[in-house]
Every structure is written in C-alpha cells, then in structure tokens.
Ligand binder design. Structure first.
Ligand code: UDP
Ligand code: MG
Length: 324
C-alpha cells in the first residue's frame, strides 16, 4: 500500500517490440485513472524487445515514478511476461493489459467498481470480435467448443487476459509452477468469486500482432494438453472398439469360409484396413509424444523467465523473488 490510505492497483503491461506504442498507451491511460481513489503503478514487462522499447520505458520512468520496468533477458512469450509481472506487482488489485490499446482503458473504472462490490476476479469478455478476421473468429469459436468439451475447467469464451484480479488471486497464480502457462485455463483453475464485464475489442492502434497461425495452433494444443488427459484416454477406447470389430470380422470370415469355401479377392479391404489402423497408431503415438514432450519440459523445472534488470522497484523488492 502506498500514498497513505489509498490502495494500490498494478497495471501489468507486457511489451515486445512496441517502441511506437508505449507513449500513446500512457497518454491514454493516465486521464482515465486520474480520478480514481486509488494509487496506481504501471509495471511494464519488457519481453526481450529488440527495438528501442527499453530506452523509451526508461525515459517514461524518469518522467513518472509510477512507471516500473521488469526487463527480461530475452523474449519468453506473453504468458511468461505476465508471470513476471504478477510476481513484481505490489498492488491490492492487478490488471493485465495489452499495450496496443486493444484492451480499452475505459474498462478500468468498471473493473474497479465490480472489485469494490467484492468480486475477486472481474473478467473482461469481448462482445464482438470485429477486429479479427473471419478465419480467426471461426477457429477461436471451435477452440472454445473443443476445449470445454474435453476439459473440466470451463473457459469463458472470448475472455482474454484483460481482467482485474484481487491480491488473493494473484498470490494463488504465483504458486502455480507450470511452464506451459495457458493463462486462460489457469485463471479459471484457481477459481475465486468472479463476474464478467462485456466490452468491444477495437483494432490494434499501432504496430503489428505477434501471433502467427502456427503460434496460435501451438497455443491451442498447449491449452488442451495442459488441462485434459482425455486425448490420451480416448485411444484405449478406440483400440477396444477396433479390436472388437476385428474379432467380429474374423468370426464372420470363418463362418463364410466354412459355408462358401475359400475366396481369393480381398486386396482392397486389406489395404484400407492397413492404412486406417496404421494411421491411428501413428496419431496415438503422436499424442503420447505431445504429452511426453510437455512432461519433459516441466521436469526440467527451469524458472519461467529470467530477469535482466528491474527498474523503479523499492530496494527491498530486489533481488527477484524466488520463483516456484
Ligand atoms: N507480447 C509480449 N511477448 C510476446 C508477444 C506479445 O509481451 O512474445 C505483448 C505485446 O507487446 C502486447 C501483448 O503481448 O502488449 C499482446 O500482443 P499482440 O497485440 O501482438 O497480440 P494480439 O492482440 O494480436 O492477440
Ligand atoms: Mg493486440
């Protein structure tokens, strides 16, 4: 807590090559929070930017002591950057935000009002996704359907990282050690009293998106394999079904041979069975590999991220707090 009585709200902003966007972000957010009865801190997590982002952040820090910087040693990805931000945040409430103003700052007061009503997590949900392409909307919709079918931790469709989290939720998130940080799943896994607030997501104000379709596909895989073992288990049932069908077919063949004698043709059906069964074996091996790979990544138990430098934090906040 700072500023005497006022409670502290931490805005966590991961940035990766966003030199053109940072000043605009601050100019837009400052007036919105100016009237709020809280103290604020901006925690920028520089996720290994290779452009002038760090210099611009340091300049902003000199102008406004509320701007704090966690500089990571390289690009670790947005979810790890968020983890670094959650660790560094001192606020009674924490709001992760994108720097490109796709998370509208006008929502901050609405989040705070819900927080004051006693909600521990206030989740921003995109009402429309006009800024996204048709393809992205379709695949996103499909992903939520598949995920919620396979995994017990139900996701709120179209909810992103933009939300308010009470200190108790942040403390809970900070205890989760996993490497594959599928944040949407982790938020819902920790639970707490939550409510949703709807908003319209505008297009990016400047700069370019860091997501490619391949990255999104891997993101979806991480999400599902991180929260469900269903994909591993369906193979036992598939195997059972195929084996039973095989026995049935064998019985039929025996009876037919006894009744009608030996019959030569059968090449087509053999080839088909061969291809189908081998395909299934390979798919199931692949899925085993997906999980095995993730187990391998987790057992190494490396830290989630490496900090190069922290700027603007009280001396006692250094060095970097121990990670799970
Ligand atoms: N970001 C990050 N590390 C990355 C990729 C993105 O910290 O490896 C940040 C980025 O600077 C931005 C936020 O995450 O503040 C969202 O990124 P982006 O706008 O590219 O994603 P989109 O809005 O297209 O989903
Ligand atoms: Mg964006």
């Amino acid at each position: 807590m700072t500023d005497g009585e006022r409670r502290l709200v931490s805005l966590i902003v991961p940035v990766y090559n966003e030199e053109g966007v940072v000043p605009m972000f601050l100019e837009t957010v400052r007036p919105v929070i100016a009237g709020e009865p809280y103290a604020f801190e901006f925690i920028f997590v520089n996720d290994g930017s290779r452009d002038g982002t760090q210099a611009i952040l340091e300049e902003e820090h000199r102008k406004d002591a509320r701007v704090k910087i966690v500089e990571l040693a390289r690009n670790f990805g947005k979810d790890q950057a968020l983890a670094a931000g959650f660790k560094a945040a001192g606020g009674d409430a924490v709001i992760p935000m994108d720097v490109d103003l796709q998370d509208p700052p006008e929502m901050i007061p609405k989040f705070l009002r819900c927080w004051e009503e006693g909600y521990e997590a206030v989740v921003g949900v995109r009402r429309r996704r006009d800024a996204d392409s048709r393809g992205k909307r379709l695949t996103a919709g499909l992903f939520y359907r598949v995920f919620n079918r396979l995994c017990d931790d139900r996701l709120i469709p179209n909810a992103g990282d933009f939300r308010l989290l009470d200190r108790c939720v942040v403390d809970a998130l900070n205890t989760l050690p996993e490497h594959a940080r599928f944040m949407k799943g982790l938020y819902s896994w920790v639970g707490f009293r939550q409510t949703v607030v709807y908003y319209d997501r505008p297009a990016r104000k400047a700069g370019t998106t860091k997501w490619s379709p391949w990255k999104l596909w891997n993101f979806a895989l991480d999400g599902i394999t991180g929260f469900s073992t269903m994909l591993l288990r369906i193979w036992s049932y598939t195997g059972l079904a195929v084996a039973l069908a095989g026995f049935g077919y064998a019985a039929y063949l025996i009876v037919r041979t006894l009744v009608y004698g030996v019959d030569v043709p059968g090449y087509a059906s053999l080839i088909c069975l061969l291809l189908i069964l081998n395909g299934m074996v390979l798919i199931s091996l692949g899925i085993l590999g997906e999980y095995l790979g993730r187990i391998f990544m987790e057992v190494k138990a490396r830290p989630l991220y490496i900090v190069r430098r922290r700027i603007g934090f009280a001396a006692e906040a250094l060095p970097e707090p121990k990670q799970p």
